[in-house]
Design a protein around this ligand. Structure first.
Ligand SMILES: Nc1ncnc2c1ncn2[C@@H]1O[C@H](COP(=O)(O)OP(=O)(O)OP(=O)(O)O)[C@@H](O)[C@H]1O
Ligand SMILES: [Mg+2]
Length: 374
């Protein structure tokens, strides 16, 4: 995976953590390419990776509640990062205190956290992400949604409008005794926003597919062909236009009305979409080995990173938590060669054996011990 010409690599230069998980007060200056966080279990490697993710999105990848990120016995945490994107060097700050969340860009507080989108993007891999293959469709939709929001800000608006409309339609269905005129208004809106979502997903998965194939082929030592297939809830074709999708969704919604009234919720639409990963034609979810499933998740993340670079002109920062322990030597080397090209990467490891490899840049090894970095 050679980086495309003219693509800018996002950088995290410095990070300051105050009362963030097991960190009391820590400053880190990152290497522009490879950063290896080395340490025994339970020292703070994953927490540090997660704080970098938080910096870009005001959201942890591992904790649902910000409260759990506040160091025990304290009542607030702060993060301050200096990052570089196409626009130049910017400062991102976050504070969480007594349930209140404040984010700042260059010292100015943000009214909406969505203003952070596109400033500092990361792609994170953690062992928990295995749910992307093993879990239910909602984890795959979440993955797609989060990435699509980063790729096109409009997707954020369409999703929000779709969710809002869906809730209103469902409330109406639960209320019962609905006239067809009443429901038609909501169906019109739902099919419009829904068709935009389906259209974006359809297009992005079509662009992702060849990248997935290429990355996985290399990662698996030229053994496996991974294909990714969109499984929309309504039978959309790869070449369907947004308008055709809208017409189809509208007719499906109207056909489902009696069922929906009985059930009290909307039974068709993109909130039920999914995608499948096939390894050499076989469903990875049901038949993949543990190692194949992990490699598939890694492929999806790396391929998404590449697609994001193609579409936005910027390589996100790559965060790899506990990835080495799952990979054989060939796969480790492929990964290292990939990241040493130009993508800034932060990677955790517990083993020293990695360090024997030639080509690891100076200054890229950070020892993590009891919430401190040496
Ligand atoms: N809010 C918090 N306050 C204080 N400590 C916390 C908080 N949240 C988590 N910790 C502690 O931080 C420690 C380090 O966790 P982390 O997941 O970063 O370890 P790690 O270095 O990634 O270990 P492993 O190699 O096992 O994955 C854990 O012992 C955990 O209990
Ligand atoms: Mg960890």
């Amino acid at each position: 995976m050679i980086p495309s010409k003219g693509v800018f690599s996002l950088l995290i230069k410095e990070l300051e953590l105050v009362n963030y998980t097991n960190y009391h007060h820590q400053q880190v200056a990152f290497h522009p390419k490879l950063n290896i966080l080395l340490g025994a279990n339970a020292q703070g490697k994953s927490n540090l990776i997660d704080s970098i993710h938080f910096l870009g999105l005001a959201r942890s990848h591992r904790q649902h509640q910000d409260l759990h990120l506040v160091r025990w016995g304290e009542n607030y945490f702060r993060l301050k990062g200096i990052v570089e994107n196409r626009q130049g060097t910017i400062t991102l700050e976050h504070a969480v205190k007594k349930g209140r969340k404040i984010a700042k860009i260059n010292g100015t507080s943000l009214r909406k956290l969505s203003s952070l989108i596109g400033q500092f993007t990361t792609v994170i891999f953690t062992p928990d992400d295995l749910t992307l293959i093993k879990g239910g469709p909602e984890s795959r939709r979440r993955f797609l949604n989060r990435k699509l929001v980063q790729l096109t800000p409009l997707y954020y608006d369409y999703s929000a409008q779709y969710q809002r409309t869906l809730i209103q339609r469902n409330n109406l269905l639960k209320r019962g005794n609905v006239t067809s005129e009443e429901i038609a208004v909501w169906d019109q809106q739902l099919s419009y926003y829904g068709s935009q979502i389906i259209d974006y997903r359809n297009k992005v998965l079509l662009r992702l597919a060849p990248i997935v194939l290429e990355v996985h082929y290399q990662l698996s030592g030229n053994k496996e062909k991974l294909s990714i297939l969109y499984q929309p809830d309504i039978p959309v074709k790869a070449e369907s236009s947004a308008l055709e999708i809208q017409e189809l969704l509208l007719s499906r919604l109207s056909n489902a009305l009696q069922t929906d009234l009985r059930k009290g919720f909307t039974s068709v639409g993109p909130h039920r979409d999914d995608f499948t990963c096939l390894i050499n034609g076989i469903d990875a979810r049901h038949y993949g080995s543990q190692g194949q499933q992990r490699t598939t998740v890694l492929t999806l993340k790396l391929a998404m990173l590449k697609l994001m670079a193609e579409m936005t002109g910027e390589y996100p920062v790559l965060l790899l938590d506990d990835v080495f322990s799952e990979l054989d030597q060939n796969r480790k080397e492929y990964l290292l060669s990939l990241v040493s090209e130009s993508i800034q990467t932060v990677i955790t490891a517990t083993e020293l054996d990695l360090l024997d490899k030639p080509g690891i840049p100076e200054g890229s090894i950070f020892r993590v011990h009891q919430g401190k970095i040496y």
